[in-house]
Design a protein around this ligand. Structure first.
Ligand code: CUA
Length: 176
């Protein structure tokens, strides 16, 4: 079969692009362990406010020394409204909603997840630089959507006061 030279060039270009795209996904998933931010943990939105997984809200340390931040989204606030974490330390965020879908976004960072009632969204990130960060809602959730905000204080590790509340270490994420 005779294939025109230009057609042949484009075929190789497309083949190379497919390898690049699929390869980058494979590197992210297997090399960097980057996965979608939820591990499909469910929760009853009607009782989320009193659920032990979200009490107390805010920062807590587990028995492995891992830092967790538990945040509830509701129309139209994040609970807690202020959160303090140390710089350069991995923080695992656990997020859920008591009403509608919200969007948790720590502006100017890679910390972002959809917050869906009935589910606990989870991601782990760290903040290399101390400073004040705005936590916004980036999913339209009603008339007060634009007022739904909280503050994240990232302080140098030496100035950070570890919370007194401890929580049980969560099971490693096996993606059930
Ligand atoms: Cu919550 Cu928009």
């Amino acid at each position: 079969m005779n294939i025109d030279l230009y057609e042949r060039i484009w075929m190789w270009c497309i083949a190379a692009m497919l390898v690049l795209f699929l390869g980058s996904t494979a590197v992210a998933a297997f090399g960097h362990q980057i996965h979608p931010p939820s591990h499909v943990e469910t929760i009853d939105p009607r009782t989320a406010l009193s659920d032990p997984r979200f009490r107390p809200q805010g920062a807590a340390i587990d028995s492995h020394g891992q830092l967790h931040a538990r945040v509830l989204g509701l129309m139209f606030a994040w609970l807690p409204a202020e959160l303090t974490v140390p710089a350069g330390t991995p923080v695992t965020f656990h997020l859920t909603s008591t009403d509608v879908t919200h969007g948790f976004e720590i502006v100017r960072t890679n910390g972002q997840a959809m917050v869906v009632p009935g589910y606990v969204s989870q991601f782990t990130t760290q903040f290399p630089e101390a400073g004040e960060y705005l936590i916004a809602c980036n999913e339209y959730c009603g008339v007060g959507h634009h007022t739904m905000a909280a503050k994240l204080h990232v302080v140098p590790r030496s100035q950070w006061q570890a919370p007194t509340s401890t929580i049980e270490a969560s099971e490693p994420n096996h993606g059930h």
